[in-house]
Design a protein around this ligand. Sequence first.
Ligand code: HEC
Length: 466
Amino acid sequence: MRAFGLTFMAAALGGAAFLSVAGMAQIAEGPFTDAQAKAGRTAYAANCGGCHQQNLAGSGDQVPLAGSTFMASWGRRRVKEFYDDIRANMPYGKAGSLDAATYQNITAFILSANGAKPGSKAFDGTSATLISAVATGQVPADIANPPARRPAAERAPTMKLGQTLVGNIKSYRSVTEEMLNHPDPKDWLIYRGNYQAWSHSGLDQVNDRNVGELQLKWSWAMNEGGQNSTGPTIHDGIMFLANTSNTVQALDAKTGELLWENRLGPVATRAYSALRSLAVFEDKVYINATDARLYALDAKTGKVVWKTDIAPPGKGFNETGGVIVAHGKVIVGLTLCRGQMPHCYISAYDARTGARAWQFTTIADKGTPGGDTWGDVPDDMRAGGETWIAGTYDPELNITYWGTAQAKPWMQSSRRSGTAATLYANSTLALDVDTGKLNWYFSHASGETFDLDEVFERVLIDHGAQ
Ligand code: HEC
């Protein structure tokens, strides 16, 4: 029933007057009863909320079941399709373990948590109603903010954003391509020490005989709240650190003294807002903030020189991987792109201006090279291929190497793509740094179901080297 509401327009003499009902279009009543939604709330809490969160906000790979991400994935689909999907695949690891009435109640609750209003007809598993015809993605306040205490990593700390200390570093020398290609062992310019990701220091003062004598010289606290998997970058005795909530700090590596600090935000509100590295080149420090925004900061002062959107803002795109700079390009990945179009991609920006140079989409759509490896899966249900670890680089070949995460949905039965490779998920990608053109790829785990996540850094060695 779609009869009532909508927007009334009344033409009056001498001009037009616009009148809307409660400011928004009304939607049809949901194909479920209030009693089902209430029973479903309890069943959801017991069987789903532990992973997808009691407020349906999701966490990491456990996708959100309410709000804009949910509506982007499911709005165009029918209530029955959703019901069939959760019955076939959830709870994760115990698919089909609940009875039909419980799955129906959970479906009713999830719809109501997305703003759908209960109606007079009970849901019996067959409704062909489009989800977007009954749900808005507006989560009722009592569901969005459940009274239960959330774990520390999920709570939003309060923090004033902006530059809190402007630096005046004199000793910093511009980082050249040559320095990045052959890093001085006294520096640590790239997140894994060198472009090949060897993670090995050339310094020999500390060794297996004296390592036991090491003592604490200074310590520096990480911010309260959020998560961190950061690795600092060091140049000319200055340590650049990506602290949580996208706070960038420059410290004197000898004394731990803070030289500048810029709190870019947003403040970390969830476990997945973790960054792994930042990068330096010439006179700038680069950070891909967790809200998919790329910043170039002045290495001596910490001031923002330029910033650019890696993905459209406000759509839930996420950065966690860190960043590399190669041949004058700042290269970053994306993560958690599910339910979004376009899919995840790797993209490159001019290090001096921030202008986008290229992007390579890691999920192949129908009609594009590799697109047939997903079978009949519609383009907007192809997801994954995230790049949540920065790539490596071969300066001689001018190629950057990236690993990609699993296809999503990650279970073959849920994905319905059969045993094919679902390109370019779970692959190694070799991309030309100047153009983003795919030189070659290798698919590591075609058709897998176990979340193998072949994303990790590609360590480069010279074949036959001593
Ligand atoms: C043990 C953790 C866990 C539990 C419990 C769980 N889920 Fe999930 N759910 C996941 C994970 C992980 C994924 C992503 C799996 C994938 O990508 O294939 C997921 C994916 C989903 C999806 C998206 C599937 C798709 O095809 O895109 C829906 C919808 C969903 N879960 C609903 C539910 C409902 C409803 C329940 C309770 C009946 C539930 N889940 C219980 C972990 C869980």
